[in-house]
Design a protein around this ligand. Structure first.
Ligand SMILES: Nc1ccn([C@@H]2O[C@H](COP(=O)(O)OP(=O)(O)O)[C@@H](O)[C@H]2O)c(=O)n1
Ligand SMILES: [Ca+2]
Length: 441
């Protein structure tokens, strides 16, 4: 895979700040080393990279979404605000967006995003719904400071939960959502119908695709050379792209192809969310602990962990004991065999995916950015703060290579933000809310 790391810059940037660092992998262990040490190097060389215009054709400045005659600031145009909560399996985040829209037949222009987050996510409060909902209250204060009070009543606030709540028993998930709804209703913001819900995985992928293609200017461009997205969450993972070939449409299960209308255009997208293949769910699957609940005293072991390690780990409100295999196997080869079992036969692929460009974010980005050592074959050096590094990186490699079937030459761009705006489904979801309330086109 060719990897590029995308650096975010100001919203007025006129040129693409995409630094492409291409290289070829030869074997898995060196791939893993090169891949993740490369990302470290890219973050250290931030200032240098921002000067590199490796993809001069890609416009990422928000101004580039509008013709130059329309990007002149007009003080008489009022800002419109939208508040979106992303209740993910590992944390809850608030995104407060402000937009202007000068002409009703044009895309809205994103002025700014304010972002804040808390950990753990709502699903960690499965048995304490009131306490879980309290985490929302603090984030709402951020919104009150960000949105002028004259706009509070007309600014919609919506919370969408993803895989963490999808995996909880329905009763517990509904109790959490009901407490959250009460807190939103106490706020001064506009609370639309169905403002608190568990989002369907299909939407998660489509809305992230809308976000990334909006931010990279593809939705405005006539050529619509869109990019695909790969989102790796804690509990689920999504892939979405706009198929160009008839074969893809023919070879895909019906529920992988969805037509979606936004900004007066209908997009027929390939999208799927794999529940249970998020990074943290994959840890449980690798350890053989998925679906076991809290098993007292049982230690789940893996060759992806340092031999002498034994510790506790919490996910979704459940604690698990885990450790390495003392006097047993350890290192990349055996670890890779373990994670391969987690992805084997679980993912649908089409040939076109290998030829497309994908933006990969969330854990694809975070775990790469965390990496500052050669992993797997040097686990003795692991600190207790990152015991899962070898397992996670091996899983990401297996998922991309053996799961989705990406070739060495498939370009993947690791992103956290584009133009200082978070990648992910929240911005697309906010467009949908504004559209349904007829606040935007
Ligand atoms: N705005 C956001 C939201 C999540 N993330 C990343 O997404 C990963 C966790 O995914 P998640 O908690 O949303 O899990 P899911 O509910 O999507 O499975 C972590 O790597 C987060 O840092 C992000 O980078 N930016
Ligand atoms: Ca997510």
């Amino acid at each position: 895979m060719h990897l590029s790391s995308v650096k975010d810059k100001t919203a007025t940037a006129h040129r693409a700040d995409i630094a492409a660092l291409n290289y070829k992998m030869d074997s898995e262990p060196s791939f893993l080393r090169t891949l993740f040490s490369l990302i470290l190097v890219s973050s250290l060389l931030d200032s240098v990279l921002s000067e590199v215009d490796a993809c001069p054709d890609t416009k990422t400045g928000l101004e580039s979404l509008l013709p130059s005659t329309m990007s002149i600031q007009n003080a008489s145009i009022e800002s419109v605000y939208g508040i979106m909560f992303d209740a993910g399996s590992t944390g809850t985040r608030i995104h407060i967006y402000s937009f202007t829209q000068k002409y009703s037949d044009q895309l809205p222009e994103l002025e700014r995003e304010i972002f804040e987050s808390v950990k753990p996510g709502l699903s960690a409060y499965a048995d304490l719904p009131e306490q879980g909902a309290e985490t929302i209250r603090g984030l709402l204060e951020v919104a009150k400071n960000a949105v002028p009070s004259s706009h509070w009543r007309k600014t919609p606030v919506v919370l969408k939960a993803t895989a963490g709540l999808r995996l909880l028993p329905e009763k517990k998930a509904l109790a959490l959502l009901s407490e959250v709804k009460d807190i939103l209703e106490e706020s001064p913001f506009l609370v639309p119908d169905n403002s608190v819900s568990i989002m369907n995985g299909t939407y998660e992928g489509i809305l992230a695709w809308i976000t990334v293609n909006f931010l990279t200017g593809q939705l405005y461009s006539q050529s619509k050379q869109t990019v695909g997205i790969l989102d790796l969450g804690g509990a689920s993972t999504q892939i979405t792209f706009l198929p160009q070939s008839e074969e893809t449409l023919e070879q895909s299960p019906l529920d992988f192809i969805t037509s979606f209308k936004m900004f007066h255009t209908t997009y027929k997208l390939y999208t799927h969310s794999y529940l249970g293949l998020g990074l943290k769910a994959a840890r449980l699957a690798t350890l053989g602990a998925l679906g076991t609940g809290a098993v007292d005293k049982q230690v789940f072991r893996s060759s992806c962990l340092p031999r002498n390690m034994e510790s506790m780990w919490q996910f979704g409100g459940v604690s698990y004991r885990y450790g390495g295999i003392e006097n047993g196997e350890s290192g990349f080869k055996s670890c890779y065999a373990e994670v391969l079992r987690v992805v084997a036969g679980k993912l649908h692929r089409v040939d076109e995916m290998k030829e497309s460009t994908f933006y990969a974010f969330s854990y694809y980005y975070d775990r790469a950015a965390d990496t500052n050592l050669i992993v797997c074959d040097h686990m003795e050096g692991f600190t207790s703060s990152s015991p899962f590094l070898c397992m996670d990186l091996s899983y990401i490699t297996a998922l991309l290579k053996e799961g989705f079937g990406f070739k060495m030459t498939t370009p993947l761009q690791l992103t956290k933000k584009v133009n200082n705006v978070e990648t992910g489904w929240s911005l697309g979801a906010t467009f949908l809310v504004l559209q349904s309330l007829r606040i935007s086109n």
